[in-house]
Design a protein around this ligand. Structure first.
Ligand SMILES: CC(C)(COP(=O)(O)OP(=O)(O)OC[C@H]1O[C@@H](n2cnc3c(N)ncnc32)[C@H](O)[C@@H]1OP(=O)(O)O)[C@@H](O)C(=O)NCCC(=O)NCCS
Length: 467
């Protein structure tokens, strides 16, 4: 029974006392249930749900595939299943039906905080339900308990030259965690297919739990920021992450990280990092191998690395134009970028056709916490100019800003101004969505992915003599 149904059963005063007692006990259980226990309850019904959908609709066509989609990066091709989040071109992302403002209003927060806790978002992604504050706190504790890295992973990171990009170090460390994968071990021992999701869940929890230690270690090693402090089991995930990066005393920065992780966690199933994780996971590679691959996709400048590129682009603009940045000068700079055959980083999107609500959420955070910051003002000024230039240039289907146009400015404000580290924070966040997806893929028995490729000659032959 759903917690909400139990609550309403308890509210019903005409209920026989014995029945109310049962409901009360069940509600108490629901309130204290762990995430894994709740998932174990939800999975059988979802397996039946999927079976029913496939039985009724399995043989129906989903639409037409055009040759352009084959050449054009599969834009819009219905090809993947993921219930955790859905992206609408006009409205933006919804996590299990909830917009970013819904999540900000409804998900549990830290005491005194106003941003949603990523722990609660992970619960929502996996179950479609909002956890209680107790369940949210239990996840914070469980992740803190699982946070320690194997010594050899620490050594790998400590031996990396500081010139090795933080994303490369990040992906190496995550991949190496496969050494202790519960799934890989269970598979070797002959686990039954119907039980795959259990060790996948355990690996996913370990993966998320260990990311702050990996990110913190990379940050401190690369930028000479001293020794990594220990994880504090009484603190939430973002507070610990902030502490490991050296910003734990700044409560506004911790709030920023909570919002940051939530909005970067998932963006439906087709983006490069989410899809890569799913694809690699479909070979039954464990969550560490699958997410390591996701990170390598996220490290590309058209995807997650764009947050780094935005800051580089802004700094170049300032260096070129000087402090007196007029609208006209910005317009010239945007045009010069386009004429140089480069993209405007932080603008455009493969699916979105309006301003990204993740951009808006960060803008609202900035209006609340740093309204007078010059770099924030510059980002706002560019927002008024770049879309018109992109429209006039006439190529980009979406001239509006995406999530990456804003994140670096916020981090810079709080002193995290090493921009080649920014995509690591995106990566920490994206683990939440990829892990949730991997768990459900194993629960639903998702098969090996294997789409068909065609040669240009084959395509010519297929359509020869056809209008
Ligand atoms: C995100 C992105 C890769 C989407 O690509 P897409 O789905 O192919 O986008 P479109 O269909 O609008 O692309 C059509 C054309 O407009 C160009 N375009 C799209 N966004 C552009 C931008 N921000 N600046 C300049 N040109 C852009 C594309 O490069 C493409 O040019 P081409 O025909 O010469 O190949 C693209 O918008 C981009 O490169 N943005 C900048 C990088 C960025 O911010 N990435 C983070 C995304 S969250």
């Amino acid at each position: 029974m759903q917690a909400s149904a139990l609550r309403s059963a308890l509210r019903n005063s005409r209920q026989p006392i014995a029945q109310a007692g049962v409901a009360r006990r069940a509600y108490a259980t629901a309130k204290t249930q762990t995430l894994k226990e709740r998932l174990a309850e939800l999975i059988p019904a979802e397996i039946e749900n999927v079976k029913a959908v496939r039985k009724e609709h399995g043989a129906k066509a989903f639409g037409q595939v055009t040759v352009d989609q084959v050449y054009g990066g599969m834009r819009g091709l219905p090809a993947l299943l993921w219930d955790g989040s859905v992206l609408d071109a006009e409205e933006g992302i919804r996590f299990r039906g909830k917009t970013i403002p819904d999540c900000q209003a409804q998900l549990p927060k830290a005491p005194g905080g106003s941003e949603p806790l990523p722990e609660a978002l992970f619960w929502l992604l996996l179950t479609g339900e909002v956890p209680t504050p107790e369940q949210t706190q239990a996840l914070s504790k469980e992740w803190a308990a699982r946070a320690q890295l194997p010594e050899f992973v620490e050594e790998i990171l400590d031996r990396c030259p500081p010139t090795l990009h933080p994303m490369t170090q990040f992906s190496m460390a995550v991949t190496a965690l496969n050494h202790d994968s519960a799934f890989a071990k269970a598979y070797q021992q002959g686990i039954s297919k119907k039980d795959y999701w259990g060790p996948t869940f355990e690996d996913s929890m370990d993966l998320i739990a260990k990311l702050p230690n990996i990110a913190g270690r990379i940050y401190r090693n690369v930028f000479g920021k001293g020794k990594l402090p220990a994880i504090d089991p009484s603190k939430d995930y973002s507070a610990n992450l902030a502490t490991l990066l050296g910003f734990g005393d700044n409560e506004a920065f911790v709030e920023l990280l909570r919002l940051y992780v939530v909005i970067h966690s998932d963006h439906e199933g087709g983006n490069v990092s989410a899809h890569t994780g799913k694809l690699v996971g479909s070979a039954l590679s464990d969550p560490f191998l699958a997410f390591g691959a996701s990170l390598n996709g996220l490290a590309g400048p058209l995807h997650g690395l764009a947050n780094q590129e935005v800051l580089i682009w802004l700094r170049k603009m300032k260096a070129q134009i000087g402090d007196d940045i007029s609208d006209e000068k910005i317009k010239e700079y945007v045009w010069a970028t386009l004429k140089g055959g480069q993209v405007i980083p932080g603008y455009g999107h493969a699916v979105l056709r309006k301003t990204d609500p993740r951009y808006t959420a960060q803008r609202e955070f900035a209006l609340k916490h740093l309204p007078d910051d010059p770099l924030f003002k510059l980002v706002g000024q560019i927002y008024k100019i770049a879309p018109d230039v992109l429209l006039e240039a006439g190529k980009a289907k979406n001239p509006w800003p995406n999530v990456d146009a804003h994140s670096g400015v916020l981090l810079t404000y709080y002193g995290l101004d090493q921009m080649n580290f920014y995509t690591v924070l995106f990566g920490v966040s994206r683990a939440f969505g990829v892990a949730a997806q991997l768990i459900w893929d194993r629960a639903l028995g998702a098969p090996l992915e294997r789409p068909k490729s065609y040669s240009t000659e084959a395509i010519k032959k297929i359509f020869a003599n056809k209008p």
